[in-house]
Write a protein of this length. Structure first.
Length: 278
């Protein structure tokens, strides 16, 4: 993908680095694949604030994505589109029987390309098949954790996992974080790397762009009073001491994974290279 650096015509464009959207071919979504997406403003069903710094933003509709890839037959890529609900681009597929579906668009997928899904399809970009039928070293995304469940892993912009080994029951994957873990070998995955890989290099340029996305300003803990945050208070510009979250937990270096989890046996190596402690 290509990034666009803006001329400093205003203060908001001086530091802005945006997406050129060179891969996007249309801005008109498929109506039959749209759903209403009510906004919560960070409140739960009781109306209580459950997630801070959320609210406002532009209205948007949810695009129904086919994460299961369970429809057989060859489909033609009709267009590559922007999706406001995720960082990756999406591709609109048109099947021979007239059905249309959205999938996550991998890098290199072009309009007019043919993609398919099934146990015997070729391991080419955009095709979905079980990992047992893929060659070692293949970069994959939209990976299932249970057969037929739908893709759960490696779905954000630029992410992919690498198939490093195959055992009798499990496939060993190197995750985007560097973690080595096992996944059932009959699970489906899509070949390729997710599109929009330069997403992390973008710069908003101004706070208003985040407000358009429904993200409100985040207050620093050290700027609060001690009644509001463990790092608040002090004389002058205090550092706040050991970084903590609002509820007092250490916010750097603290292991947050539940000990004794059932999936511990599937993790071979943590993302920092160490073995998972029992």
């Amino acid at each position: 993908m290509a990034l666009r650096k803006f001329k400093p015509m205003t203060a908001g464009t001086r530091w802005r680095i945006g997406n050129a959207y060179a891969e996007v071919t249309t801005n008109v979504p498929e109506k039959s694949l749209l759903e209403a997406k009510p906004r919560t403003g960070g409140r739960n069903s009781s109306g209580h604030l459950s997630m801070r710094y959320r609210g406002g933003g532009h209205k948007k509709k949810y695009r129904i994505i086919d994460f299961k890839r369970n429809k057989a037959g060859v489909a033609t890529v009709e267009s590559i589109q922007y999706d406001p609900n995720r960082t990756a681009f999406i591709a609109l597929l048109n099947y021979a029987d007239g059905e249309k579906r959205y999938i996550l668009a991998p890098q290199g997928l072009q309009v007019g390309a043919k993609v398919e899904s099934g146990p015997d399809v070729a391991p080419e970009v955009g095709n979905a098949l079980p990992m047992k039928n893929m060659p070692l070293g293949t970069n994959i995304h939209n990976i299932e954790m249970q057969p037929g469940q739908g893709g759960k892993l490696a779905r954000s912009a630029g992410s992919s996992a690498q198939l490093t080994n195959k055992e009798e029951k499990y496939a060993v994957l190197k995750m985007p974080s560097g973690e080595l873990r096992k996944v059932l070998i009959n699970c489906y995955a899509t070949v390729g790397v997710v599109s929009n890989s330069d997403h992390s290099l973008q710069s908003m340029g101004k706070a208003g762009r985040n407000r358009w996305k429904g993200i409100k300003p985040r207050n620093r803990g050290v700027a609060m009073n001690p009644v509001d945050h463990p790092m608040g208070g002090g004389e002058g510009k205090a550092s706040g001491g050991q970084p903590r979250s609002r509820n007092g937990q250490y916010s750097r270096g603290l292991k947050t994974r539940t000990k004794g989890k059932g999936s511990d046996k599937l993790i071979i190596q943590r993302k920092n290279g160490s073995k998972l402690s029992k």
